[in-house]
Design a protein around this ligand. Structure first.
Ligand code: SF4
Length: 308
């Protein structure tokens, strides 16, 4: 199995003691060409989960549980598998004083023991694969547009020949048309190379374009997982339903967009019982005191008392 996350917790040390940000997460990617969308509002823990899987958490954090990438636990052995991360801010991720060619070729030299000349040749090929001209090797990051820089980050991820890619809001800074083209390229290269990917986004509509399956996070927990089509046609959790109602859709006439009342809770101050209960229109008495477990359906899971 490409990815099997078991009982993953992430805590951060703060002045108030340890604060849990990711709470007992279980997630799988079942096939090499599967894209798992991880969706939730800001602060729900989705990016922290991505950093925990990629081993990039800061030193004031603590990870427990297992993250098996192709059978190897990368929590215990962070370098036992290659995990590439594509971040939103390409300018911050790229070195401003090296050409694109030097930066990508370095990956081939380091990971594949290649000579510089051969590394530059294969760098040109991977740049073409992500939709850039091969003379991009001679350019510096500031000479490229935002969309081109994101394509460079995709090329760098491919150059690692990773076992898993984590793309964290990789196109959020781009305008909508560029975003669509870059996402199309990302999907097509990971599918054709059969690289499993976690695609992290706050945007459920974007996740529906990119992912095969979607996991919805709220207040550090997974609250629903389902195939993309099932999630859109038959959302179960009240939060997922609310998220879907707040997304504009061309197939529906609506007067105004639905807004989810209230604010998402912050780590260290999660409500008792169901963490969504202060915002849930279906809240029952027990929702305030007892934490719901995950209810398993055929190919989906949901964390809500309405389905027990
Ligand atoms: S468990 Fe209760 S409060 Fe939580 S989502 Fe379900 S109905 Fe709403």
């Amino acid at each position: 199995m490409p990815l099997d996350i078991r009982n993953l917790n992430v805590d951060f040390r703060t002045l108030r003691g340890w604060v849990r940000v990711v709470d007992n997460v279980n997630l799988k990617i079942n096939t090499n060409d599967e894209i798992l969308g991880l969706v939730g509002e800001s602060g729900c823990g989705k990016s922290t989960l991505g950093l925990a899987v990629s081993g990039l958490l800061p030193p004031n954090s603590r990870v427990t549980g297992e993250v098996l990438v192709k059978g190897q636990d990368v929590v215990q052995n962070p370098y036992s598998r290659k995990i590439a991360v594509i971040f939103q801010d390409a300018l911050a991720a790229l070195n401003p004083v090296l050409t694109i060619g030097e930066q990508i070729a370095e990956i081939y030299i380091y990971h594949k023991n290649m000579q510089k000349k051969d590394a530059l040749e294969i760098t040109k090929k991977v740049l073409v694969e992500v939709g850039l001209p091969d003379n991009t090797v001679d350019k510096y990051p500031h000479q490229l547009s935002g969309g081109q820089r994101q394509r460079v980050l995709i090329a760098m991820a491919l150059a690692m020949e990773p076992d898993l890619i984590i793309a964290d809001e990789p196109t959020t800074a781009l305008d909508v048309t560029v975003q669509a083209k870059v996402l199309q390229t990302l999907m097509s290269v990971v599918k054709s190379r059969k690289i499993p990917m976690i695609y992290i986004t706050h945007d459920l509509a974007l996740a529906s374009q990119v992912a095969d399956r979607i996991a919805v996070m709220y207040a550090g927990q997974i609250i629903e997982i389902a195939d993309k089509n099932e999630l859109f046609e038959n959302p179960r959790h009240p939060y997922t339903k609310a998220l879907l109602n707040s997304v504009p859709r061309v197939d529906r006439d609506i007067e105004e967009l639905f807004v989810i009342e209230g604010e998402p809770p912050v780590p260290g101050n999660f409500p008792t019982g169901c963490r969504f209960h202060p915002r849930c229109p279906f809240m029952m008495d027990k929702c305030k005191q007892i934490e719901p477990g995950l209810v398993i359906f055929n190919k989906a899971v949901v964390r809500c008392f309405l389905y027990e």
